[in-house]
Ligand binder design. Structure first.
Ligand code: GLN
Length: 452
């Protein structure tokens, strides 16, 4: 097949199914077909690792000349002048951006219902959520609209929608993938990660996007390992830790069963597992919402109605330009986080909230370090439930927040984690999460590939 055929097949598939799924906000048909023509002329030496593969990008990943809304009315008409580093790297590897995928506004949410445009539906059951905040990218891959997608993960936003949609999602170690050109939510937690159909595909995509970038000061200066060669080998002697807190109260019976079955399979393949305790993870959700909201309140200060993004047509003074642009441009969840974050950082409250949350973050990081000196990987479910019904959790933000209790600790610690499909519960996909040592994506891929 030619690249043009691949691109056309992706566009046709989107036309066929996306009116039911709503994974896409923008489709790049003309530009993608043009790029395909050019790639079809390439000689073998010029063909990159992802040659000709159609990709969908979460709409907080900046694309030159293509709208990047971050799921918000604030950036509804924002067409950036540059590409994110990951986009440049994908293009260099030969991938073709088919379009931009739906997401919760500014990546704040777990169900895609906070998108200011429309919610993405779960391809397995369209009455259910695709997960969030990278629900669009995960649904697009699950519905075979694109070969792979990129999402971002601040507290689980790559892994949880991947679990809900039955695909593979990786949150790389903090600093492995450049954040340059990612619309900032909480900069000390945000990472871009690949969402794919298989573990092997995931390793290919990470290979193309990982590695140091001068444009991101938090980018790690490490030599990128060969992820593709980590897809070989066996897991005899592998030591797995299963935190009892990950299979405790609130985890559905069906999810728990699938994880135990997966552990039995891994045992048959030569691994051993033991129950451990991570005493501080129960404080992770509380600490995360203080820290991520504090960072968000600072990051989102740039949307002032002056520099870029929405400017209210009703404003007559500078003060009104700030006030009206932000009132009209941000949705309820974003406003909630800005208020929470501003409060947590304010004089008189800082010590009680922000500083305390930072201390909790350190304790959680130490929990991971301690366990991962004895064990190679930590395993548990990605989410306590399978995909829930649209509207089920929208009335109470706290129940929505609680859905992330298994993914959030990993962002606070910075470690890599992958979610892979491990069977079904009542017809819906269950995701298994594997957490590794910093920069040990190779171990995660090895284990996930053997299991798969
Ligand atoms: N659901 C979490 C939140 O709303 C995580 C989101 C994310 O990872 N971007 O903050």
């Amino acid at each position: 097949v030619s690249v043009k055929d691949l691109v056309q097949a992706s566009i046709d598939r989107i036309e066929e199914v996306d009116h039911n799924i709503h994974a896409f906000l923008t489709i790049n048909e003309e530009k993608a077909l043009k790029e395909a023509d050019i790639l079809d002329e390439a000689n073998d030496a010029e063909k990159g690792l992802l040659y000709g593969l159609p990709v969908g990008l979460k709409d907080n990943i900046i694309t030159a000349g293509t709208k990047t809304t971050s799921g918000s009315q604030m950036l509804k008409d924002y067409s950036p002048a540059f590409d994110a580093t990951v986009v440049t790297r994908l293009t260099n590897a030969g991938a073709i951006t088919i379009g931009k995928c739906n997401m919760d506004e500014f990546a704040m949410g777990s169900s895609n219902e906070n998108s200011s445009f429309f919610p993405t539906k779960n391809p397995w059951d369209t009455k259910r959520v695709a997960g969030g905040s990278s629900g669009g990218p995960a649904a697009a891959v699950a519905a075979k609209e694109v070969f792979f997608a990129l999402g971002s993960d601040t507290g689980g936003s790559v892994r949880q929608p991947s679990a809900f949609c039955g695909v593979v999602g990786l949150k790389p170690t903090y600093g492995l993938v450049s954040r340059f050109g990612l619309v900032a939510f909480a900069s000390s937690l945000d990472q871009i990660g690949p969402i794919t159909k298989s573990v092997e595909d995931n390793a290919y995509v990470l290979q193309a996007i990982a590695g140091h970038d001068n444009m991101d000061t938090t980018s790690a200066k490490i030599a990128v390992p060969n992820y593709l060669s980590s897809l070989q080998g066996d897991i005899r002697g592998l030591k797995i830790a299963v935190p009892k807190e990950f299979l405790g109260e609130g985890v559905d019976e069906g999810v728990r069963q699938r994880i135990h079955e997966a552990l039995a399979t891994l045992e048959k393949l030569g691994a051993t597992w033991e129950e451990v305790s991570m005493p501080h993870v129960s404080y992770a959700v509380a600490a995360y919402y203080i820290l991520s909201s504090a960072e968000a309140s600072a990051n989102l200060a740039r949307y002032d109605g002056i520099r870029y993004g929405r400017r209210s047509p009703h404003a007559t003074t500078l003060e009104e330009a700030y006030k009206f642009s932000r009132s009209e441009g941000f949705g309820d969840e974003v406003k909630r986080r800005i208020m929470l974050g501003t409060y947590a950082l304010s004089a008189g409250h800082y010590e009680n909230y922000y500083e305390k949350a930072q201390k909790v973050r350190t304790l959680i990081k130490e929990d991971f370090e301690n366990i991962l000196t004895t064990y190679d990987v930590i395993i548990g479910p990605t989410a306590p439930t399978t995909a829930f019904k649209l509207g089920e959790k929208t009335k109470d933000p706290l129940t929505m927040y609680a859905n992330d209790l298994l993914t959030i600790p990993v962002n606070l610690a910075g470690n890599p984690a992958i979610s892979i499909p491990c069977g079904f519960s009542e017809g819906l996909p269950v995701g298994m999460q594997m957490i590794g040592k910093p920069f040990a994506e190779t171990t995660l891929y090895k284990v996930a590939h053997v299991y798969e």
